[in-house]
Write a protein that binds this ligand. Sequence first.
Ligand code: NAD
Ligand code: UFG
Length: 331
Amino acid sequence: MKNVLVTGGTGYIGSHTAVELIKSGYGVVIIDNLCNSDPSVIDSIEKITGVRPVFYEADLRNRAAIDNLFRHEKIDSVLHFAGLKAVGESVELPLKYYENNISGTINLLESVAEHGIKKIVFSSSATVYGDPDRVPITEDCSLHPTNPYGMTKMMCEQIMTDMQHAIPDTAVTLLRYFNPIGAHESGLIGEKPNGIPNNLMPRIIRVARGEAEAITVFGRDYPTPDGTGVRDYIHVCDLAEGHVKALENMETGGVRIYNLGTGKGCSVLEIITEFENASGIKIKTLDCPRRSGDIAVCYADPSKACRELGWKANRTLADMCASSWNYAKNY
Ligand code: NAD
Ligand code: UFG
């Protein structure tokens, strides 16, 4: 059995990917410092799959802890999810983001190189495109992130690319996710934000759960069909499947870059309506000015991933909203 190290594997996307990996016959080893997740996720993964992943509670900035893991586990490839991800916080606390995301990645790569591991997949983000040259966004669009979080993603992409050039038989895949929402159909794992969330779906859920009065709609005056911002929302389980496909296509060295999105843009008001239909709950809205730093429209051209990985997002917006609510109504 091939073993995959999943950094950040108790987090939102990492846990769904761990489930998909186990379903596909991989052994899963998780490392996470639990700064934004809960150890009960390991139990949930076991409940869903019948297999308990090996878990190391450790920080990627602790090189000795990573080396210790590689000495004890036979690892074939690494999926690197661990990192901090809140755009607003990264503007307030840039050094925290550079320190965690860059130092953690460098430590991990040093250890990966030392232990002769040749396959690494990195969680990048559509945020690296900043205000995109054009939509749909292709992988060759220029990169100009507009916040420290996005800068850490672009820098980690560069660091991994340089490392691959120095060790040419290493295979590096950079996956640029668009807007992941949704949860596993079991309702046992999903996105559980710490504190007050910034992203649209967790904020809609706060309203549905009665924790907030209304959802703020940031801008009704964008040049879009209904005036609200358009994004490419992708089901987290489709994203998880994308990682398995990426792993299956890493037999030779090189750097590969893929957008993981649906290719379809959806407005804030459309998401709210879909959520209302899925949950049967009316979501009150409050029109607000545009949020600083937001762009009007962002959606992927995912055709490269389809062509080269044989991957395509299949789940609908209705699936995404229903599964988000199925998870969130219980937590
Ligand atoms: P998450 O916060 O749910 O998961 C990240 C996990 O990493 C958490 O469990 C956290 O405890 C862990 N972690 C953070 N720093 C660590 C460190 N130094 N050492 C060990 N563990 C550490 O986030 P997510 O939504 O699952 O995102 C996973 C990855 O995907 C991140 O790199 C994120 O930047 C990227 N991404 C997320 C989105 C999104 O909207 N969710 C979009 C694009 C890219
Ligand atoms: N929005 C609202 N009200 C809210 C929250 C969001 O109207 O209360 C709107 C935003 O203005 C935007 C859309 O909903 O038009 C989506 O906003 P999110 O905050 O959910 O997502 P973003 O597209 O701004 O950014 C997210 C992540 C980034 C990542 C990017 C692409 O936060 O880290 O998706 O993957 F880079």
